[in-house]
Design a protein around this ligand. Structure first.
Ligand SMILES: Cc1ncc(COP(=O)(O)O)c(C=O)c1O
Length: 356
């Protein structure tokens, strides 16, 4: 019940024990095609360039940024926690010019601030985190997306924590590049990053004047492995992790997206009731709270490290601690994918009642 990885369904664990086949075996290419279609469905997009990066969410982040940015380009990064900061760091490593907007940790980015900043610069991309795992903030996207497109920029979204736990409509919301992770609300093992690029983003890739500085993440080559007519070798695919990914995506679609989002919301409310009865307070204002990552301030007299250690050692329950300025002051309680159940909530609240 930390900020990920979440518990995996037994069907997902079993899928990983399937015998290996080659990464260019026609059967494995079929599995890749199945995965691509299911990622399109779960991201609510028809984007042709939709696939899974063979590395964790940070590599999905880097894939979006290193492919869309060239040295000298301007990039506006909205920062309201650790992962916005990580994007800003990558932008500078690309040799691009970083422009950043900051919101206090625990609050979302205000679209008015984006509007104002866009009057003073001409960025190629604007990037933002949809679900800030370091603070528990759900960032509304639609208004900002419109501002970004009016300014002629591409809209890049981090959906590592929100994907498969709350609504993401890539096409309807005008998202040009999006990346996620396998280990949060999808409940697959860590190490894969589903990504998707709009036709506008693909056109930007086609017009690059310089080579992408990362060989591994260069989409001009990776896309031939995923979608090219010849399916050329690029790297040795993570076969077992992909078996698991396919099973996890099937489970999401069997449950249905709406039902899954509702399950996350319901269990978040159950957890809220239990934690508030013990004196915990939510860090984030109600309209911006993530259902799958509950950031709560510790009640007076409850020590962070010893309580979390007792939860782990005596009750086998893991919750996440605070990061940065919030270290020692907040907890980050995950209710992600297969871990978003009343049983998880009741066990945690019961254990805390006993400890406190
Ligand atoms: C919002 C967000 N972005 C990016 C990442 C990086 O993902 P990974 O740890 O899989 O590299 C995380 C991981 O927790 C995250 O929560």
């Amino acid at each position: 019940m930390g900020p990920g990885p979440s518990d995996a369904h037994p069907r997902v664990l079993k899928a990983m024990a399937t015998p290996l086949i080659g990464h260019l075996d026609p059967q494995f290419l079929e599995i890749m095609d199945d995965i691509k279609v299911m990622v399109q469905k779960t991201m609510q997009t028809k984007n042709h360039l939709t696939f899974v990066v063979s590395a964790p969410g940070s590599a999905g982040m880097e894939t979006c940024l290193v492919n869309l940015l060239e040295p000298g380009d301007e990039a506006l990064i909205c920062v309201h926690g650790v992962f916005g900061n990580r994007m800003a760091d990558i932008v500078e490593r690309c040799g691009a010019k970083l422009i950043r907007i900051d919101a206090p940790w625990g609050s979302p980015i205000d679209p008015a601030q984006v509007k104002q900043t866009l009057m003073t610069c001409k960025p190629k991309i604007v990037a933002i985190v949809h679900a800030e795992t370091s603070t528990g903030v759900l960032q509304p996207l639609e208004e900002i997306s419109k501002l970004v497109h009016d300014a002629g920029a591409l809209f890049v979204v981090d959906a590592v924590t929100s994907y498969c736990g709350t609504e993401i409509k890539v096409d309807e919301w005008g998202i040009d590049a999006i990346y996620s992770g396998s280990q949060k609300c999808l409940s697959a093992p860590p190490g894969l990053s589903p990504v998707s690029f709009s036709d506008r983003a693909v056109a930007a890739l086609d017009h690059r004047k310089t080579k992408v500085q990362s060989w591994f993440l260069d989409l001009t080559m990776v896309k031939n492995y995923w979608a090219g007519a010849k399916r050329a070798y690029h790297h040795t695919g993570p076969i077992s992790a992909m078996y698991a990914m396919r099973e996890a995506l099937r489970l999401v679609l069997e449950e249905g997206l709406e039902k899954r989002f509702e399950r996350h919301r319901k269990n978040h409310l159950l957890l809220k009731e239990g934690l508030e009865s013990l004196g915990f307070e939510f860090l984030v204002e109600e309209p911006y709270r993530l259902p799958m990552l509950n950031a709560v301030k510790l009640p007076k007299g409850v020590d962070d490290a010893t309580t979390r250690m007792r939860l782990l050692n005596e009750f086998n329950i893991e919750v996440g601690g605070g990061l940065g300025d919030f270290a020692g002051k907040i907890w980050r309680v995950g209710l992600m994918g297969n871990s978003a159940t009343p049983n998880h909530v009741n066990q945690l609240v019961g254990a805390l009642k006993e400890i406190i």
